[in-house]
Design a protein around this ligand. Structure first.
Ligand code: TXA
Ligand code: MG
Length: 339
Protein backbone atom coordinates (compact mmCIF):
# COMPACT_ATOMS: atom_id res chain seq x y z
CA UNK A 1 0.00 0.00 0.00
CA UNK A 2 1.26 3.50 -0.84
CA UNK A 3 0.95 5.69 2.24
CA UNK A 4 0.29 9.44 1.95
CA UNK A 5 2.19 11.39 4.60
CA UNK A 6 1.32 14.82 5.97
CA UNK A 7 3.57 15.69 8.94
CA UNK A 8 2.03 19.19 9.07
CA UNK A 9 -1.48 18.73 7.62
CA UNK A 10 -3.40 21.64 6.12
CA UNK A 11 -7.20 21.89 6.07
CA UNK A 12 -7.13 20.35 2.55
CA UNK A 13 -5.01 17.44 3.77
CA UNK A 14 -7.46 16.84 6.62
CA UNK A 15 -10.39 16.91 4.17
CA UNK A 16 -8.59 14.31 2.05
CA UNK A 17 -7.94 12.14 5.13
CA UNK A 18 -11.59 12.47 6.20
CA UNK A 19 -12.69 11.27 2.73
CA UNK A 20 -10.35 8.28 3.09
CA UNK A 21 -12.06 7.41 6.41
CA UNK A 22 -15.53 7.73 4.83
CA UNK A 23 -14.46 5.40 2.00
CA UNK A 24 -13.35 2.72 4.47
CA UNK A 25 -9.60 3.51 4.55
CA UNK A 26 -7.20 3.93 7.48
CA UNK A 27 -5.71 7.19 8.78
CA UNK A 28 -3.15 7.53 11.59
CA UNK A 29 -3.61 10.81 13.46
CA UNK A 30 -2.36 12.65 16.56
CA UNK A 31 -4.34 12.97 19.78
CA UNK A 32 -3.39 14.56 23.12
CA UNK A 33 -2.67 11.08 24.56
CA UNK A 34 -0.95 8.99 21.84
CA UNK A 35 -1.35 8.71 18.05
CA UNK A 36 -4.32 6.62 16.88
CA UNK A 37 -4.94 4.44 13.81
CA UNK A 38 -8.46 5.34 12.69
CA UNK A 39 -11.19 4.00 10.47
CA UNK A 40 -14.95 4.52 10.28
CA UNK A 41 -16.55 3.12 13.46
CA UNK A 42 -19.69 2.30 11.45
CA UNK A 43 -17.84 0.07 8.98
CA UNK A 44 -17.09 -3.53 10.08
CA UNK A 45 -14.53 -3.93 7.28
CA UNK A 46 -12.60 -0.86 8.39
CA UNK A 47 -12.39 -2.40 11.88
CA UNK A 48 -10.99 -5.64 10.42
CA UNK A 49 -8.42 -3.62 8.46
CA UNK A 50 -7.32 -1.90 11.69
CA UNK A 51 -6.77 -5.24 13.45
CA UNK A 52 -4.82 -6.54 10.45
CA UNK A 53 -2.63 -3.41 10.12
CA UNK A 54 -1.66 -3.56 13.82
CA UNK A 55 -1.43 -7.33 14.05
CA UNK A 56 -3.96 -7.06 16.88
CA UNK A 57 -6.32 -9.83 18.04
CA UNK A 58 -9.84 -8.91 16.91
CA UNK A 59 -11.37 -9.67 20.32
CA UNK A 60 -9.57 -6.62 21.76
CA UNK A 61 -12.12 -3.81 21.23
CA UNK A 62 -11.49 -0.36 19.73
CA UNK A 63 -12.31 3.08 21.16
CA UNK A 64 -14.66 5.26 19.10
CA UNK A 65 -13.70 8.94 18.85
CA UNK A 66 -16.36 11.66 18.64
CA UNK A 67 -16.21 15.39 17.92
CA UNK A 68 -18.52 16.30 20.81
CA UNK A 69 -20.11 14.63 23.85
CA UNK A 70 -23.69 15.15 22.59
CA UNK A 71 -22.93 12.84 19.63
CA UNK A 72 -22.61 9.91 22.07
CA UNK A 73 -26.44 9.56 22.14
CA UNK A 74 -26.33 8.21 18.59
CA UNK A 75 -23.93 5.39 19.36
CA UNK A 76 -24.42 4.35 22.99
CA UNK A 77 -26.84 4.45 25.92
CA UNK A 78 -25.73 7.46 27.94
CA UNK A 79 -26.53 8.24 31.59
CA UNK A 80 -26.00 10.93 34.24
CA UNK A 81 -22.47 9.78 35.04
CA UNK A 82 -21.53 10.19 31.38
CA UNK A 83 -22.71 13.79 31.29
CA UNK A 84 -21.12 14.61 34.66
CA UNK A 85 -17.75 13.25 33.55
CA UNK A 86 -18.08 14.78 30.09
CA UNK A 87 -18.79 18.23 31.53
CA UNK A 88 -15.60 18.06 33.61
CA UNK A 89 -13.13 16.17 31.44
CA UNK A 90 -14.26 16.23 27.79
CA UNK A 91 -12.83 16.95 25.37
CA UNK A 92 -9.75 15.29 26.88
CA UNK A 93 -7.91 12.10 27.81
CA UNK A 94 -10.92 10.17 29.17
CA UNK A 95 -12.64 7.12 27.65
CA UNK A 96 -16.03 5.99 28.94
CA UNK A 97 -17.55 2.55 28.46
CA UNK A 98 -21.30 2.38 27.95
CA UNK A 99 -23.85 0.00 26.45
CA UNK A 100 -23.61 0.19 22.65
CA UNK A 101 -26.40 0.93 20.19
CA UNK A 102 -27.06 -1.28 17.13
CA UNK A 103 -25.26 1.00 14.66
CA UNK A 104 -21.89 0.11 16.22
CA UNK A 105 -20.75 -3.20 14.71
CA UNK A 106 -19.52 -6.03 16.94
CA UNK A 107 -16.27 -5.98 14.96
CA UNK A 108 -15.54 -2.63 16.62
CA UNK A 109 -16.39 -3.82 20.15
CA UNK A 110 -14.65 -7.18 19.91
CA UNK A 111 -18.04 -8.85 20.25
CA UNK A 112 -18.98 -6.96 23.45
CA UNK A 113 -22.36 -5.28 24.13
CA UNK A 114 -20.48 -2.19 25.36
CA UNK A 115 -18.52 0.43 23.46
CA UNK A 116 -15.65 2.70 24.55
CA UNK A 117 -16.20 6.40 23.72
CA UNK A 118 -13.71 9.27 23.78
CA UNK A 119 -13.80 12.93 22.73
CA UNK A 120 -10.20 13.99 22.02
CA UNK A 121 -9.11 17.59 22.58
CA UNK A 122 -6.26 17.60 20.04
CA UNK A 123 -7.25 20.09 17.29
CA UNK A 124 -6.12 17.83 14.40
CA UNK A 125 -8.05 14.85 15.81
CA UNK A 126 -11.09 17.03 16.44
CA UNK A 127 -11.12 18.49 12.93
CA UNK A 128 -10.57 15.09 11.30
CA UNK A 129 -13.58 13.59 13.13
CA UNK A 130 -15.70 16.63 12.33
CA UNK A 131 -14.84 16.47 8.61
CA UNK A 132 -15.28 12.68 8.44
CA UNK A 133 -18.85 13.04 9.75
CA UNK A 134 -18.65 9.54 11.26
CA UNK A 135 -17.21 8.36 14.59
CA UNK A 136 -13.62 7.18 14.18
CA UNK A 137 -12.64 3.82 15.70
CA UNK A 138 -9.00 4.03 16.70
CA UNK A 139 -6.65 2.01 18.82
CA UNK A 140 -3.18 3.38 19.52
CA UNK A 141 -1.22 3.50 16.24
CA UNK A 142 1.57 1.10 17.24
CA UNK A 143 2.09 -2.46 16.07
CA UNK A 144 0.40 -4.70 18.63
CA UNK A 145 2.48 -5.19 21.79
CA UNK A 146 4.90 -2.32 21.09
CA UNK A 147 5.10 1.06 22.87
CA UNK A 148 2.42 3.50 21.66
CA UNK A 149 3.51 6.28 19.25
CA UNK A 150 3.87 9.80 20.61
CA UNK A 151 5.26 11.62 17.54
CA UNK A 152 5.08 11.49 13.74
CA UNK A 153 8.39 9.58 13.40
CA UNK A 154 6.89 6.75 15.50
CA UNK A 155 3.86 6.26 13.22
CA UNK A 156 6.07 6.50 10.16
CA UNK A 157 8.23 3.73 11.62
CA UNK A 158 5.28 1.45 12.48
CA UNK A 159 2.69 2.13 9.79
CA UNK A 160 4.36 3.20 6.54
CA UNK A 161 2.75 0.87 3.98
CA UNK A 162 0.03 -0.25 6.45
CA UNK A 163 -2.23 2.86 6.55
CA UNK A 164 -3.58 5.02 3.70
CA UNK A 165 -2.71 8.34 5.35
CA UNK A 166 -0.39 9.47 8.17
CA UNK A 167 -1.16 12.82 9.81
CA UNK A 168 1.28 14.63 12.10
CA UNK A 169 0.63 17.01 14.96
CA UNK A 170 3.84 17.23 16.95
CA UNK A 171 4.53 15.44 20.22
CA UNK A 172 1.58 14.21 22.25
CA UNK A 173 0.88 16.36 25.29
CA UNK A 174 0.08 13.51 27.71
CA UNK A 175 2.11 10.70 26.13
CA UNK A 176 0.14 7.78 27.64
CA UNK A 177 -3.25 6.44 26.53
CA UNK A 178 -6.49 7.80 27.95
CA UNK A 179 -7.97 6.90 31.32
CA UNK A 180 -10.71 4.27 30.82
CA UNK A 181 -13.72 4.18 33.13
CA UNK A 182 -16.63 1.75 32.84
CA UNK A 183 -19.90 3.49 33.65
CA UNK A 184 -22.60 1.25 32.20
CA UNK A 185 -24.14 0.46 35.61
CA UNK A 186 -23.11 -0.07 39.25
CA UNK A 187 -20.04 1.53 40.76
CA UNK A 188 -17.87 3.19 38.08
CA UNK A 189 -14.73 1.13 37.48
CA UNK A 190 -11.29 2.38 36.48
CA UNK A 191 -9.94 -0.07 33.89
CA UNK A 192 -6.86 1.84 32.72
CA UNK A 193 -5.19 4.83 34.45
CA UNK A 194 -4.18 7.86 32.37
CA UNK A 195 -4.09 11.65 32.39
CA UNK A 196 -7.37 11.90 34.31
CA UNK A 197 -6.42 10.50 37.74
CA UNK A 198 -8.59 8.42 40.13
CA UNK A 199 -8.66 11.44 42.47
CA UNK A 200 -10.01 13.67 39.66
CA UNK A 201 -12.71 11.10 38.80
CA UNK A 202 -13.74 10.56 42.44
CA UNK A 203 -13.97 14.28 43.06
CA UNK A 204 -16.91 14.45 40.63
CA UNK A 205 -18.52 10.98 40.72
CA UNK A 206 -17.66 9.71 44.22
CA UNK A 207 -17.02 5.98 44.61
CA UNK A 208 -14.65 4.45 42.09
CA UNK A 209 -13.63 0.79 41.90
CA UNK A 210 -10.06 0.28 40.71
CA UNK A 211 -9.71 -2.88 38.65
CA UNK A 212 -6.92 -5.12 40.01
CA UNK A 213 -5.31 -5.25 36.57
CA UNK A 214 -4.32 -1.60 36.99
CA UNK A 215 -1.65 -2.45 39.58
CA UNK A 216 -0.96 -6.17 39.18
CA UNK A 217 -0.75 -9.06 36.78
CA UNK A 218 -4.19 -10.47 35.90
CA UNK A 219 -4.61 -13.76 37.80
CA UNK A 220 -4.46 -16.97 35.70
CA UNK A 221 -7.82 -17.72 34.16
CA UNK A 222 -9.46 -14.36 34.95
CA UNK A 223 -10.89 -12.12 32.25
CA UNK A 224 -9.88 -8.49 32.83
CA UNK A 225 -12.72 -5.96 32.38
CA UNK A 226 -10.70 -4.36 29.56
CA UNK A 227 -9.66 -7.21 27.24
CA UNK A 228 -6.55 -5.25 26.23
CA UNK A 229 -5.15 -5.58 29.76
CA UNK A 230 -4.58 -9.27 29.08
CA UNK A 231 -1.89 -8.85 26.48
CA UNK A 232 1.84 -8.09 26.85
CA UNK A 233 2.06 -4.46 25.98
CA UNK A 234 4.20 -1.42 25.42
CA UNK A 235 7.30 -3.63 25.23
CA UNK A 236 10.70 -2.55 23.86
CA UNK A 237 12.72 -5.16 21.92
CA UNK A 238 15.10 -5.91 24.81
CA UNK A 239 13.70 -7.40 28.03
CA UNK A 240 12.76 -4.74 30.58
CA UNK A 241 13.31 -5.25 34.31
CA UNK A 242 12.11 -2.85 37.02
CA UNK A 243 14.39 -2.14 39.99
CA UNK A 244 12.44 -1.35 43.15
CA UNK A 245 14.71 0.13 45.79
CA UNK A 246 16.52 3.13 47.29
CA UNK A 247 19.01 5.13 45.18
CA UNK A 248 22.16 3.55 46.64
CA UNK A 249 20.90 -0.01 46.26
CA UNK A 250 19.85 0.63 42.64
CA UNK A 251 23.22 2.25 41.85
CA UNK A 252 25.22 -0.63 43.31
CA UNK A 253 23.05 -3.24 41.57
CA UNK A 254 23.65 -1.44 38.27
CA UNK A 255 27.38 -1.21 38.99
CA UNK A 256 27.47 -4.99 39.36
CA UNK A 257 25.93 -5.27 35.86
CA UNK A 258 28.22 -2.74 34.16
CA UNK A 259 30.02 -5.43 32.09
CA UNK A 260 26.71 -6.45 30.47
CA UNK A 261 26.24 -2.93 29.04
CA UNK A 262 22.55 -2.71 30.00
CA UNK A 263 20.26 0.18 29.08
CA UNK A 264 18.94 2.22 32.02
CA UNK A 265 15.65 4.11 32.23
CA UNK A 266 16.06 6.57 35.07
CA UNK A 267 15.10 9.89 36.62
CA UNK A 268 16.84 13.20 35.96
CA UNK A 269 18.40 13.04 39.45
CA UNK A 270 20.14 9.74 38.62
CA UNK A 271 21.99 10.96 35.53
CA UNK A 272 25.21 11.96 37.31
CA UNK A 273 25.46 8.86 39.50
CA UNK A 274 24.98 6.62 36.45
CA UNK A 275 27.75 8.01 34.29
CA UNK A 276 29.01 5.56 31.68
CA UNK A 277 25.67 3.78 31.30
CA UNK A 278 23.54 3.93 28.14
CA UNK A 279 20.66 5.70 29.86
CA UNK A 280 17.51 7.74 29.19
CA UNK A 281 15.91 10.06 31.74
CA UNK A 282 12.13 10.30 31.76
CA UNK A 283 12.16 13.41 33.97
CA UNK A 284 12.38 14.32 37.66
CA UNK A 285 11.27 11.71 40.21
CA UNK A 286 8.46 13.96 41.44
CA UNK A 287 7.23 14.95 37.96
CA UNK A 288 4.87 12.21 36.68
CA UNK A 289 3.62 14.42 33.83
CA UNK A 290 7.10 14.54 32.35
CA UNK A 291 7.55 10.79 32.93
CA UNK A 292 4.26 10.09 31.11
CA UNK A 293 5.27 12.28 28.19
CA UNK A 294 8.70 10.68 27.77
CA UNK A 295 8.20 7.01 28.70
CA UNK A 296 7.20 5.52 25.34
CA UNK A 297 9.72 7.54 23.31
CA UNK A 298 12.47 6.43 25.71
CA UNK A 299 11.45 2.76 25.41
CA UNK A 300 11.39 3.06 21.60
CA UNK A 301 14.78 4.77 21.65
CA UNK A 302 16.39 1.67 23.12
CA UNK A 303 15.27 -0.29 20.05
CA UNK A 304 17.89 1.64 18.09
CA UNK A 305 20.63 0.41 20.45
CA UNK A 306 22.00 -3.07 21.05
CA UNK A 307 21.42 -3.15 24.83
CA UNK A 308 20.73 -6.76 25.91
CA UNK A 309 18.45 -5.70 28.78
CA UNK A 310 16.91 -2.46 30.09
CA UNK A 311 16.73 -1.73 33.83
CA UNK A 312 14.13 0.85 34.87
CA UNK A 313 13.66 2.68 38.14
CA UNK A 314 10.33 2.17 39.88
CA UNK A 315 8.15 5.29 39.53
CA UNK A 316 5.97 6.71 42.32
CA UNK A 317 2.24 6.05 41.93
CA UNK A 318 0.88 9.46 42.88
CA UNK A 319 -1.51 11.17 40.44
CA UNK A 320 -0.58 10.47 36.81
CA UNK A 321 2.28 8.37 38.26
CA UNK A 322 -0.24 5.51 38.56
CA UNK A 323 -0.49 5.45 34.75
CA UNK A 324 3.31 5.54 34.37
CA UNK A 325 3.59 2.64 36.85
CA UNK A 326 0.83 0.68 35.05
CA UNK A 327 2.51 0.99 31.62
CA UNK A 328 5.95 0.20 32.99
CA UNK A 329 4.92 -3.01 34.82
CA UNK A 330 3.18 -4.21 31.65
CA UNK A 331 6.14 -3.29 29.45
CA UNK A 332 8.31 -5.31 31.86
CA UNK A 333 5.93 -8.28 31.75
CA UNK A 334 5.70 -7.73 35.58
CA UNK A 335 9.41 -8.50 36.12
CA UNK A 336 10.38 -6.52 39.22
CA UNK A 337 13.55 -6.95 41.31
CA UNK A 338 13.07 -5.82 44.91
CA UNK A 339 16.37 -4.42 46.20
O1 TXA B 1 -5.71 7.44 24.40
C1 TXA B 1 -6.28 6.49 23.88
O2 TXA B 1 -7.22 5.92 24.42
C2 TXA B 1 -5.76 6.04 22.49
C3 TXA B 1 -6.06 7.19 21.51
C4 TXA B 1 -5.75 6.81 20.09
O3 TXA B 1 -7.39 7.61 21.66
N1 TXA B 1 -6.39 4.81 22.11
C5 TXA B 1 -6.10 3.63 22.71
O4 TXA B 1 -6.73 2.53 22.16
O5 TXA B 1 -5.33 3.52 23.64
P1 TXA B 1 -6.26 1.03 22.44
O6 TXA B 1 -7.06 0.23 21.49
O7 TXA B 1 -4.80 0.92 22.32
O8 TXA B 1 -6.74 0.73 23.88
C6 TXA B 1 -8.11 0.58 24.14
C7 TXA B 1 -8.33 -0.22 25.38
C8 TXA B 1 -8.02 -1.69 25.21
O9 TXA B 1 -7.35 -2.15 26.39
C9 TXA B 1 -9.40 -2.31 25.11
O10 TXA B 1 -9.42 -3.62 25.57
C10 TXA B 1 -10.25 -1.37 25.95
O11 TXA B 1 -9.73 -0.11 25.68
N2 TXA B 1 -11.67 -1.37 25.54
C11 TXA B 1 -12.20 -0.90 24.39
N3 TXA B 1 -13.52 -1.12 24.35
C12 TXA B 1 -13.85 -1.71 25.51
C13 TXA B 1 -15.06 -2.20 26.06
N4 TXA B 1 -16.22 -2.12 25.41
N5 TXA B 1 -15.02 -2.77 27.30
C14 TXA B 1 -13.85 -2.87 27.97
N6 TXA B 1 -12.66 -2.43 27.49
C15 TXA B 1 -12.65 -1.88 26.28
MG1 MG C 1 -2.90 0.27 22.56
Amino acid sequence: MKTMKFPFPTEDDLALAAAVIRRGGLVAFPTETVYGLGGSALDPEAAMKIYAAKGRPSNNPLIIHLAKAEDAEKYCVTNGTFYTLASHFCPGPLTMILKKKDCIPYQVTGGLETVAVRIPSDPTAHRLIELAGVPIAAPSANLSGKPSPTCFAHIEHDLDGRADVLLGGGECEIGLESTIVKIDGGTPALLRPGGITPEMLSSVIGDLYIDECVTQKPAEGTRPLAPGMMYRHYAPDAPLVILDGEDEKVYSFLDSKREEHPGVLCFEEDMEALSGFDKRSIGKRGDPLSQARRLFAALRDFNDTSVPVIYARMPDREGVGLAVFNRLIKAAGYTIIKL
